[in-house]
Design a protein around this ligand. Structure first.
Ligand SMILES: [Zn+2]
Length: 330
């Protein structure tokens, strides 16, 4: 079903399309550049040049490795929620809170009506897409996750906050489509944090996607999916991008009881582990997936973004996925 949609959009992908979830590690010169920029040692323009250089590097790497659907690698973002908060009127920067491990970020505060005034990701998408013939995914953070990872001092409740954000993210989706983007990923890593709020998340994604012509993906990871499956399949997306390997493919048991009805970007390498899996391990994971899922529905990618891995580890993990895909196709 979704293959037809891809063909209608002019995208003829091979079996087991290989993609990446979104983020890649920033090369050393960009980390240095971000630090220099914070200390006012370089200008915003100089930092932008470094971000372009790093984006070009990652597009070239993905091309060389042979990925089928590329990402820009998010070289211009610190954090996936803060980036949008910094660019949307209605938000103010809050204090530092801890996210995974030893990473800290400024949790944004919604202090007024959130508004979309200009595209936030379109220029980066265009920059990346101009470097390659392969499709590049548009990458956005979903309204539910932005709501969940922010403080709200303006809207009456969580649902109202989520829906207000949804209309803003929809404007960005429209701008991406107008620019020619055909595959758009709306990340919702907070999907499973409050199972009773799944209807709010779905309502938000409906507002984001309804009536718009693109192939939509949403990414979620490291959650208690047994509480939201199969209801999560009601989300209006074509493809769920899911972490599978870190949790030992546990979700396959859920799929056995209630068939998975969408395409899936099946996480075949563990993004939390330094170890680079071998091709046989990745193949074995796909073969297990094939006991439950039709092959036409399966895309392959790492479990999650790779920004916490090194450049070498990230390339190594992508390489084994591409090699496994090639061997499975033949
Ligand atoms: Zn993730």
């Amino acid at each position: 079903m979704s293959r037809e949609k891809l063909l209608q959009l002019g995208l003829d992908l091979p079996l087991f399309p290989v993609t990446a979830v979104g983020s890649f590690p920033k090369p050393d010169y960009l980390l240095q550049g971000r630090s220099d920029f914070r200390k006012h040692k370089i200008t915003a323009d100089q930092l932008h040049k470094l971000e372009e250089r790093a984006t070009t590097f990652w597009i070239e790497q993905q091309e060389e490795l042979g990925l089928d659907v590329l990402v820009d690698g998010e070289m211009y973002r610190g954090d996936m929620v803060a980036y949008f908060a910094e660019n949307l009127p209605g938000f103010e920067q809050g204090g530092l809170v801890r996210s995974y491990g030893n990473r800290y970020y400024h949790k944004p505060i919604i202090t007024g009506a959130v508004e979309w005034t200009r595209p936030m990701t379109v220029d980066w998408w265009k920059f990346a897409q101009n470097l390659t013939q392969k499709p590049v995914k548009g990458m956005l953070t979903g309204p539910y996750t932005i709501m969940d990872w922010s403080f709200n001092e303006h809207y009456p409740d969580r649902r109202a906050t989520c829906l207000a954000l949804a209309w803003v993210i929809r404007r960005e989706v429209e701008a991406l489509i107008e620019a020619g983007c055909k595959i758009i990923q709306v990340d919702e890593p907070a999907m499973s944090v409050r199972p009773e709020e799944l209807p709010v998340l779905i309502e938000g994604l409906q507002a984001v996607t309804q009536g718009l012509s693109a192939y939509f993906i949403t990414h979620a990871c490291y959650g208690a999916f047994e509480h939201i499956y199969p209801d999560m399949l009601k989300a209006p997306v074509d493809n769920f991008d899911l972490e599978m390997s870190n949790s030992d493919l546990d979700m396959l048991d859920l799929f056995r009881k209630n068939p998975f009805t969408k395409d899936i970007s099946f996480g075949v390498t563990d993004s939390h582990s330094h170890k680079i899996e071998d091709v046989a391990t990745v193949r074995r994971r796909v073969e297990q997936a094939l006991t439950v899922l039709p092959k036409e529905q399966i895309w392959l990618d790492p479990d999650c973004g790779l920004k916490t891995r090194s450049v070498e580890e990230s390339i190594g993990k992508l390489r084994v996925i591409v090699e496994a895909a090639k061997s499975l196709r033949s």
